[in-house]
Write a protein of this length. Structure first.
Length: 95
């Protein structure tokens, strides 16, 4: 079954808006040396203070290595810090 023409136009319009929005965000983030994926991580961590890397990986459905790489980069740039969880010394909290 094919989609009605109006629905295809609407889907194409939404797709074009999404692509343009990503272009604008990428342009705005250029001066901060971070990308779109990292801004989502920062936003999530900001709104879920003291969350662990493992929790971030689970909630974003990413592997631990990907989250670790991005966290290290954001820490190096000074956007994130890691502290030891006082309740579980094996875990680090992001803020």
């Amino acid at each position: 079954m094919t989609k009605p023409r109006n629905e295809l136009i609407f889907v194409n319009l939404i797709s074009a808006i999404h692509r343009k929005a990503l272009q604008i965000v990428k342009y705005k983030l250029k001066d901060y040396d971070i990308d779109v994926g990292q801004i989502f991580l920062l936003w999530y961590i900001h709104h879920n203070d003291s969350i662990s890397q493992e929790q971030v990986a689970q909630n974003f459905h990413l592997d631990k290595a990907t989250v670790s790489k991005n966290v290290k980069r954001l820490m190096r740039l000074g956007y994130l810090k890691k502290t030891v969880n006082p309740k579980d010394l094996r875990e680090h909290q992001l803020s």
